[in-house]
Design a protein around this ligand. Sequence first.
Ligand code: PEP
Ligand code: CO
Length: 444
Amino acid sequence: MKDWTPYSWKKLKAAHQPKYPDQKILDNVLKQLRTYPPLVFSGEVELLKTQLKEAALNKRFILQGGDCAERFIDCTAENITNKIKIILQMSVILTYCARRPVIRLGRIAGQYAKPRSQYTENINNQEMYTYRGDGVNDFQPDQQKRMPDPNRLVKAYYHSVITHNYIRAMISGGFADLHHPYHWNLHSIEDHPEWAKYQQTVEHILDAINFTESFGGLKAESLGKIDFFTSHEGLLLDYEAALTRKNAENNLYYNLSTHMLWIGERTRQLDGAHVEYFSGIANPIGVKIGPSISSDELIDLCKKINPFNDPGKLVLISRMGAEKINDILPSLIQCLQKEKINVVWSCDPMHGNTMSIGQHKTRRFVNILSEIKSAFQIHKNLNSTLAGVHFELTGEDVTECIGGIQDVDLKDLGKNYTSYCDPRLNYTQSMEMAFSISQWLAKQ
Ligand code: PEP
Ligand code: CO
């Protein structure tokens, strides 16, 4: 920690970094990025940390969600609006049922890089780099287009700026329409017998909103104060370091490209470059933990990333899979309890439940639901708090995950599959998920 700088990670092995063909172009791009303004303020980052600390005490709940990988072509008013809308609408359901404020944390405005298991792949008898997100290379299966291009880092910065700007405009412009239940678009499932049990909740929410509105409580001024935070996986360390700035008031370093960053399951090596970089910045840090992690490894990881045991700093996002969570998560929770290590627990029920069917990756709605249900139960049994959930979702009517009341079928997968990476819950599946979670959350 003592020798930490935004570049001290350079001495260590950095997994999943693109191999750029021309170092000079990369250096110029990074030089430029270092001069660009930040996208968020350190005060907002600190506010999120305070709220996360409250989430660990059961006083708030974290709803983190968005695309697996954002695409530059989706940086449109309609698309961003729909993503914000689904997160807001889910948050209304959760807030109402759980009687606690929800931290809305988009997986948005910077989610442009992906780790991949293979560096190259063979398509039509041509060996080419795998697609690593729009911030690295082009999705089109063409050798030239798949070449990692440093100029895409600048494009990623611009697209993040545009997205942040639009989100801020929506929020300060008053977005009541977007999260008001009158605008929920659930007609396709309103006749379904399963839906009836949610109908009453919707009516209660409408009632509560009408009641508050009649007192002038939901006027634009108060809505403008609703917080919306952003996050992305901090994968490309050159980019993240270029957007890291020292705060002159408290002498701390903040990554000001977003409010929160997380380290992926594939880059959380204790002696690796990612853990080194994230151990020195003041942002809240998520760490994805999958079934292969041991208790000792987890303890060391927590101590390294959060050396002062700050309660709102480290968010552990378990992603075990519905089948494994009951065998693995309890002992991890217990070992941290024993060591008195402060963490904020969240559950990502997506990444441990992925399967490939033909050319598509998919996930079953029931498995996603089952993993969250187990996570709630496990935390409750151990007197721990499940402080949040992490989803890959979209506001669009895609057919990427199977099941739910809408019953997306295996044979429907190809109908509207637009993700370049992992499958997301669609609008209706996301709303249904919020209703289901809220029942368990209310009992927490
Ligand atoms: C992701 O969140 O898209 C991801 C790659 O997750 P994980 O690191 O948990 O595999
Ligand atoms: Co993913």
